[in-house]
Design a protein around this ligand. Structure first.
Ligand SMILES: NC(=O)c1ccc[n+]([C@@H]2O[C@H](COP(=O)([O-])OP(=O)(O)OC[C@H]3O[C@@H](n4cnc5c(N)ncnc54)[C@H](OP(=O)(O)O)[C@@H]3O)[C@@H](O)[C@H]2O)c1
Length: 270
């Protein structure tokens, strides 16, 4: 039997199919990559130019995360050596100061329309003074502004980007010092600000659940490691803690939302 000759429209359909093949192949690759992700996930690290932030940025980048990092405008202006360290790791640098909401809003604009898979609120200020009576209203307000209000504003301004991720994760770097159960006194302002950060973690976790947002929120104690904040005192090894944190954050699902864990993944009491 003679095959039917190609009509003009069937020829056009053939050409169209041939030309659209690469597009269909790309679609196939995208859906396959949902099962076996090949595109790096994006992590935004707030306060990433030194200490825990810098070490975590390096470790996540080594694990094929696309690391976006924030530094303080004041630190960038003076060209602190830590700026070059994070610039060598991050794919994008955002400048923001947690005490200035407009800089956080501008950083979110600069981040753009893409999805954000993980936000890690690392930046914070340390425990001094030790004694309760040396605390002043100004000291308490500053601890609260940087360690609690700042991370809240970052969540607020990056919420839309987190919603665009297949699974959004927020990690608030807290501390044992924020646990009411573990409190032994001292570092009042720091403790109050971290306890409030913990409460913010649980409140956001519950609200996101109620609203059907696909975003998990946890509080994490990173270990007691040598950084500027601890005057380079330590009990735990930085490398071990960072490896532990990477493992923990990589495995956060909605089941973990609203929990308080340490760098080993062990649950801590509120
Ligand atoms: N180290 C520990 O043993 C330990 C234990 C428990 C919890 N933590 C928590 O871990 C986090 C990181 O601490 P770290 O030990 O790595 O301290 P660090 O070395 O002093 O680093 C602190 C980071 O926060 C940034 N930062 C401070 N104020 C900021 C502001 N107003 N706006 C934006 N960024 C600001 C700093 O930027 P600049 O460099 O520009 O100042 C720096 O990048 C903190 O939240 C801390 O409470 C640490």
């Amino acid at each position: 039997m003679r095959s039917r000759p190609f009509t003009t429209s069937s020829r056009l359909a053939l050409i169209f199919n041939f030309l659209s093949f690469p597009t269909r192949l790309r679609h196939y690759q995208t859906s396959a990559s949902n099962l076996r992700p090949e595109m790096p996930r994006t992590a935004l690290l707030i306060g990433a130019n030194r200490g825990i932030g810098l070490n975590l940025a390096r470790a996540l980048s080594d694990q094929n995360w696309n690391v976006v990092a924030s530094i303080r405008p004041q630190t960038k202006e003076v060209n602190d050596p830590s700026v070059q360290e994070i610039e060598a790791i991050a794919s994008k640098i955002l400048t923001l100061d947690l005490s200035e909401e407009k800089t956080i809003a501008a950083a979110a604009e600069q981040f753009g329309d893409g999805p954000l898979d993980m936000l890690i609120n690392i930046a914070g200020i340390g425990p001094e003074p030790d004694n309760w009576y040396e605390h002043t209203a100004e000291i308490l307000k500053e601890k609260f502004a940087i360690n609690t209000v700042g991370p809240f504003l970052v969540v607020k301004h990056f919420h839309e980007s987190l919603k665009k991720a297949e699974k959004g994760v927020i990690v608030n770097i807290s501390s044992n010092a924020g646990s009411i159960t573990m409190c032994k006194g001292e570092d009042l302002g720091y403790r109050v600000s971290k306890a409030a950060l913990n409460m913010m973690t649980v409140t956001l976790a519950k609200e996101f659940q109620m609203n059907g947002d696909n975003i998990a929120v946890i509080a994490l104690n990173p270990g007691y490691v040598a950084t500027r904040l601890t005057n380079f005192r330590f009990r735990d090894n930085m490398e071990e803690c960072i490896a532990g944190i990477v493992k923990v954050v990589d495995n956060i699902g909605l089941e973990q939302t609203g929990t308080f864990v340490d760098w080993r993944g062990e649950t801590l009491p509120w």
